[in-house]
Design a protein around this ligand. Structure first.
Ligand SMILES: [Zn+2]
Length: 453
């Protein structure tokens, strides 16, 4: 097997090792390690979207936690940002969050000291580290988080690498009313080569120079429905370190997709599509594929199968998206299942023995779904090739609607294909067509369902 691309990583710490050391560090400091919640185990959202989600009742003081100090590794899945995967080398749909928590126990001082100590233990270059803190603003009417600034100074972090930002960046919420609080985020400056070149470039910039890898949130408020912030009975600390991100920092990879977590799958993909090319579109295709397969694997390991609704529809969407990206690399036979084993093998310690046994079955589900979608994909892509925008510059919603109703080709996937040609869709027209064809489409969809379900 060809290993030359991994030479420079042979002496760097592996992702499972990072996770092991993180959890051991906090266990040694009186944190109880709890098992991650199943990805599909929540009531309010389809999937766990943040490491702290399972802790909400404890943070609110509604139920006693099993211990005041906790640590865990939690799988998360977020589809809201899925379109950005691959365009940006730092975005993923599925990821692993390491976390340590104080439920009404320690505060800013200890949280920052623990972070600095752990980072030097695992070998993060602190001279390249920046932090952001909440600078207060008129949106939230909350004051600046001076205490956190003081604690970073006390711990020896240089003043010129402390950046004060507003509530968009440094007031952590769940995007809806609930427990929240100011946060402080840690970044590594990866150098100008990754930057946008603007004089204003610093943590918080949208370019890839400053890589955020750990967020410490000081949960102190309940964000009420009327927009006000009231103090919570307990002051807690909720932290989240993205395993894929800290791996990229320590393994010094240009994007998350060159870390050890994806290396095996990338290598297998290169073997399957040796002439895949290196254009930006082809590079993006590889990233989307390995991300989607891993997320689909995570969903499958939670006992979900591809379906037309609920969690299964997310799995189906990921598989179809990856299958279509495969066509960009010249792959027109099912291949997604082939990537499952390398994803598991390179990160064995991150999968339970049960999950390792189950993984081949999930690979089978992927292949099955990919196979039954293959003909729809081929026909749909051929039809989409001929689609041209109308005078307004948009593709008619009617056309897209018919492609779905008559051919079973998903509209979101069609829109994605068209977007790559710089063509947008008339979505209001799509909805209007859907209503117009309501009676007919009930029959047509049932027909399409025969093909795709
Ligand atoms: Zn920048």
């Amino acid at each position: 097997m060809n290993n030359h691309t991994e030479d420079h990583r042979q002496h760097s710490v592996s992702s499972p090792e990072i996770a092991r050391r993180y959890l051991a560090f906090f266990r040694a400091r009186d944190h109880l390690q709890i098992a991650g919640t199943p990805l599909a185990g929540t009531e309010s959202t389809l999937f766990v979207i943040a490491g702290m989600q399972p802790l909400l009742p404890w943070l609110r003081g509604e139920a006693p936690p099993p211990a005041p100090r906790l640590t865990t590794l939690q799988r998360c899945l977020r589809m809201d940002d899925a379109d950005a995967v691959g365009v940006n080398g730092l975005k993923l749909s599925g990821f692993n969050m390491l976390g340590n928590w104080s439920i009404g126990d320690y505060g800013r001082r200890e949280a920052i000291d623990f972070a600095r100590e752990l980072l030097s233990e695992i070998g993060v270059d602190r001279s390249a580290m920046w932090v952001t803190v909440f600078g207060g603003d008129s949106v939230s009417h909350l004051p600046p988080d001076d205490e956190t600034i003081q604690q970073w100074r006390r711990a020896g972090h240089p003043e010129q690498r402390i950046v004060r930002l507003g509530s968009d960046d440094n007031l952590w919420t769940m995007n809806s009313p609930g427990p929240c609080g100011p946060c402080t985020e840690m970044f590594i400056d990866r150098g100008e080569a990754f930057g946008c070149g603007q004089s204003t470039c610093r943590p918080g910039c949208s370019c890839e120079r400053f890589l955020e890898f750990w967020n410490l949130v000081f949960i102190e408020y309940e964000w009420q429905r009327d927009g006000s912030f009231t103090p919570l009975p307990l002051r807690s600390v909720d932290t989240g370190m993205g395993l894929e991100r800290i791996a990229a920092v320590l393994q010094e990879t240009p994007t998350l997709f060159e870390t050890d977590l994806y290396a095996g799958a990338q290598q297998r993909l290169a073997e399957l599509a040796p002439g895949g090319g290196d254009s930006p579109q082809q590079q993006r295709a590889r990233r989307v594929i390995v991300d989607a397969v891993r997320s689909a694997l995570y969903i499958g390991l939670a006992g979900v199968v591809p379906r037309s609704d609920g969690r299964g529809s997310v799995m189906r969407r990921l598989i179809r998206r990856a299958a279509r990206q495969g066509r960009i690399l010249g792959l027109d036979q099912p291949f997604l299942g082939e990537l499952v084993a390398p994803l598991v093998e390179r990160a064995e310690d991150l999968f339970s023995p049960d999950e390792q046994r189950l993984a081949p079955q999930v690979a089978g589900l992927l292949t099955h779904e990919e196979r039954r979608f293959a003909r729809v994909l081929t026909t749909g892509l051929r039809l989409l090739d001929r689609v041209q925008p109308e005078s307004g510059g948009l593709v008619s919603g009617e056309q897209l609607f018919l492609l779905h109703a008559e051919r079973g080709f998903p509209a979101d996937l069609a829109a994605e294909v068209l977007a790559e040609r710089g063509i947008a869709v008339d979505w209001p027209g799509y909805l209007a067509a859907m209503e117009r064809h309501h009676a007919i489409s009930r029959v047509s969809v049932r027909h399409a369902t025969d093909v795709t379900e």
